[in-house]
Design a protein around this ligand. Structure first.
Ligand SMILES: Nc1ncnc2c1ncn2[C@@H]1O[C@H](COP(=O)(O)OP(=O)(O)OP(=O)(O)O)[C@@H](O)[C@H]1O
Ligand SMILES: [Mg+2]
Length: 535
């Protein structure tokens, strides 16, 4: 039986849910198909096909009269002699719609036509969305056509074909490797997972960074922030994680950062091997704010796609602050009043909406472990975005300028950093060693001034004596070459040596139920891994 309509041409999309049903059930399959056709024909036509007019352009925001398009829908602005500009409806007042352009508005003038993009109508295909049983019972479409027809909704390419590719916020390839193949186009807006259906974070994840593995152990499905001022080493640390973390898929969102860094990240940091399992979504600093915002959502959408396939995904977002800044630009432009440090309230609402999309999948199938860089402006840890991010993330790794200036890389300040799931993912022995390490280090910090001015008399305080003796090896332990990876078990053994305990034969355990199983350190496919401790 031939398919009725051709496959979706956009992005070479196969029809949704394209699995072919059993040939033994032609009647049920036809009933399902006719059912869908009936629903599509009777769906109310909510979109207007008439165009509006561009009436105003102030700063970043466009104002259009005469269109009724819903917030979030896409419009095309056309004018003779100009290439069309795509814009998204971001607000309205009375009969005026406010739009943010996704391209260059140079040359647009009053009176240009603003047309909502055609609603997406999925082509009907016999057998598509089939969820019937082998007996032909329980025939029910996977998604109702009216849902798929949401007006002008943005749809972006998702699929295996993205692996190894660099795309912009609109899913267009940036890497001169030809058009995308083996992808489907899907709307980006998804309903969030029910919190009760999410698997808790229970398994440790080897990041390849010694100080993080030992003292700030990360769990699979955890969301962490890398907090630092400008130029302290956030991107380099993110790169180390991209190279050495055990993950099947890596999704990198480069949002609002320098254009130069996009190529560097791909060529120098990921390398050919890393690139094959990576997808890079980039919207550099010069991209319009709408695209910077969209890039973060798209990168998260790509990670969700692979997580739903059961994959363990590492999502690296550089940076969350630039995402918030893009939202600030848009919100202020459409007239939202600023609140803290010029950030309108919508910025603080957007952050958890983005971050909550990563994490473990439904009932433990697949995971997204995410690292977001957070720029603490002027090294201010009380920066409102840093503050908001710290509250919604499951851990924070703070990099300090003082350490970076002393050439101590990665410049992680252990005392200020915390992984909130560490106690769930490591053994008691590991947790205890880390506690001792922190204790000795903080003892030294408290006595630092006395030691430096020579006021401390050795022998007066045995605890401080120990911390002075261990200070050098501890600092050496915390430093690591950016082209060297250290496994979780090596990190733990190294920490045991530094605090002068015997190396632990059972380095860590994921949870109490697996207490007898020693940790299997990460897949060590990367060159340069496996160096011992520097102590
Ligand atoms: N592990 C490291 N080893 C040696 N040098 C490093 C390391 N990490 C960072 N650096 C140095 O610090 C510089 C700045 O690092 P990076 O670009 O990662 O900072 P950043 O925090 O991302 O900055 P920005 O906020 O401007 O994006 C690097 O160019 C490099 O010289
Ligand atoms: Mg950076």
């Amino acid at each position: 039986m031939a398919d009725v309509l051709p496959e979706d041409a956009a992005h070479g999309e196969p029809s949704p849910g394209g699995s072919e049903p059993s040939r033994a059930q032609p009647g049920a399959r036809w009933r399902h198909f006719l059912d869908q056709a009936r629903q599509q024909a009777s769906a109310p036509q909510t979109t207007l096909d008439s165009g509006g007019t561009l009436t105003r352009l102030t700063g970043l925001v466009l104002e259009a009269a005469g269109i009724r398009a819903s917030v979030g829908s896409q419009c095309l602005i056309t004018q003779p002699g100009q290439s069309p500009v795509l814009a998204e409806v971001v607000g309205f007042a009375g009969d005026r719609a406010y739009l943010m352009p996704a391209g260059d508005v140079q040359g647009l003038s009053s009176g240009a036509t603003v047309m909502p993009t055609a609603p997406y109508v999925p082509p009907l295909r016999l057998g598509a969305d089939w969820t019937g049983t082998a007996e032909g019972a329980a025939v029910r479409p996977a998604a109702s056509p009216s849902h798929l027809m949401a007006s002008g909704q943005l749809r972006l390419p998702l699929g295996e074909g993205l692996l190894g590719r660099v795309v912009d916020a609109q899913g267009q390839p940036m890497d001169h490797r030809g058009p995308l193949s083996n992808v489907v186009s899907r709307p980006l807006d998804r309903s969030p997972l029910n919190a009760m259906d999410r698997a808790p974070v229970r398994e440790p994840l080897d990041t390849g960074v010694r100080s993080i593995n030992a003292l700030l152990t990360v769990g699979r499905g955890q969301r962490l922030g890398l907090f630092a001022g400008a130029g302290v080493g956030k991107s380099v640390l993110l790169g180390m994680m991209a190279r050495y973390t055990e993950a099947e898929i890596i999704v990198v969102g480069l949002v609002g950062e320098r254009g130069r860094e996009v190529k560097e990240f791909i060529e120098d940091i990921l390398g050919e091997e890393g690139r094959r399992r990576s997808v890079v979504v980039a919207a550099p600093a010069d991209a319009p704010p709408l695209l910077r915002l969209q890039a973060a959502g798209y990168a998260t959408g790509v990670a969700e796609y692979f997580r739903d396939q059961g994959k363990h995904v590492l999502l690296l977002m550089d940076s969350l602050t630039r995402y918030a800044m893009a939202q600030r630009e848009i919100a202020l432009a459409v007239g939202e009043p600023p609140a803290t440090k010029g950030y309108p309230p919508s910025c603080f609402a957007k952050l958890p909406q983005l971050v909550e999309r990563s994490g473990n999948g439904l009932n433990g199938v697949g995971s997204i472990t995410a690292f977001y860089t957070v720029l603490a402006e002027g090294d201010d840890q009380q920066d409102p975005i840093a503050d908001a991010a710290r509250a919604i993330l499951d851990g924070h790794i703070v990099l300090t300028r003082a350490l970076a200036e002393a050439g101590h890389y990665p410049a992680i300040d252990i005392a200020q950093s915390a992984s909130r799931v560490m106690h769930n993912v490591v053994s008691k022995e590991h947790f205890e060693l880390a506690r001792q390490f922190r204790g000795i280090s903080s003892r030294y910090e408290r006595g630092r001034d006395l030691i430096q001015i020579g006021a401390y008399v050795p022998g007066a305080d045995p605890g401080l004596d120990e911390s002075i003796r261990l200070h050098e090896p501890m600092m050496a332990f915390l430093q690591q070459d950016m082209y060297q990876g250290v496994t979780l078990s090596e990190s733990l053994a190294g920490m045991a040596v530094v605090v002068q305990r015997e190396p632990n034969p059972q380095p860590a355990r994921p949870n109490a139920a697996q207490a007898q199983r020693p940790i299997q350190p990460g897949v060590q496919s990367q060159a340069g891994r496996g160096q011992g401790v520097a102590a």
